[in-house]
Ligand binder design. Structure first.
Ligand SMILES: Nc1ncnc2c1ncn2[C@@H]1O[C@H](COP(=O)(O)OP(=O)(O)OP(=O)(O)O)[C@@H](O)[C@H]1O
Ligand SMILES: [Mg+2]
Length: 241
């Protein structure tokens, strides 16, 4: 009898722990995300979302636990070219033009399509603008373009649509959905509930642990409420009790 093939998970975290002095940022976090899934990490300020994302790219070294990204134990340099990481604070060169920023990020990895990335975030018409002169939401969109320009297999987006207007946010999500359909895995952290609802699966992080996870209907049923916001309030309250 042959065993069925196991799909390599895009993200696999087991009992990941990280302390910063007295602060426990990750307290045994477990997470499994299969390829092509959009997974939203939700949680209040200080819950550990950014620390977890940073540990996936080797910027934070966990004290304990196991982390595999695209099948490889982290940290591992080779895997980084297949990851697009959008940090919570935009990392752009203000004195470069919009297009130069995207080209720079493509150069680092050695591949990419700057025009496609700028069209994705609707900044192609602004390609010659000096980045420092963009509006806040446009800067966020440019960061997203820099994150996807090299066509990564895994996208890590730390609050990617803060300051982006609702119409464009909906369009960006359509774009992310299309990437996921092509097999790209997307981990997104968010506080915005209507955004979280667009993910395939949601995980609630509190105190550095994964408190609850599931699809929107699963989480609503578990909390016995009609709105996602209420589900998270109720599930968090149960956890701290
Ligand atoms: N480099 C660091 N040095 C010291 N403490 C840190 C460091 N990075 C994170 N922390 C602490 O770890 C905890 C988790 O922070 P983290 O940034 O992961 O939260 P978050 O869930 O991303 O919050 P937010 O929603 O505000 O972005 C916080 O108490 C934070 O102050
Ligand atoms: Mg954060």
């Amino acid at each position: 009898m042959s065993t069925p093939p196991t799909t390599t998970l895009a993200i696999e975290a087991r009992d990941v722990r990280k302390r910063f002095g007295e602060v426990v940022a990750l307290d045994g976090l477990d997470l499994a995300v299969p390829p092509g899934q959009i997974y939203a990490l939700l949680g209040p300020n200080g819950a550990g979302k950014t620390t977890f994302i940073r540990s996936l790219v080797g910027l934070v070294r966990p004290d304990a636990g196991e982390l595999r990204v695209l099948g490889a134990p982290m940290p591992q340099r080779d895997v980084l070219a297949d990851i697009g990481y959008m940090t919570q604070a935009a990392a752009l060169y203000g004195d470069l033009s919009v297009e130069e920023n995207v080209r720079f990020f493509a150069r680092i990895v050695g591949r990419g399509d700057p025009e496609a990335a700028l069209r994705f975030v609707e900044l192609w018409d602004r390609r010659d603008s000096v980045t420092a002169t963009l509006s806040g939401g446009m800067r966020t969109r440019l960061s997203l373009a820099c994150t996807v320009v090299h066509r990564p297999r895994l996208l890590l987006l730390d609050e990617p649509t803060v300051g982006v207007d609702p119409q464009l946010r909906a369009q960006l999500w359509d774009g992310l959905r299309a990437m996921a359909a092509d097999g790209v895995t997307i981990l997104v952290s968010s506080h915005v509930m209507d955004e979280a609802e667009r993910a395939d699966r949601l995980g609630l992080v509190l105190g550095g642990r994964l408190l609850a996870e599931g699809t929107v209907p699963e989480l609503l049923a578990r909390a016995g409420v009609d709105r996602l916001e209420d589900a998270f309030l109720s599930l968090s309250a149960r956890a701290v009790r």
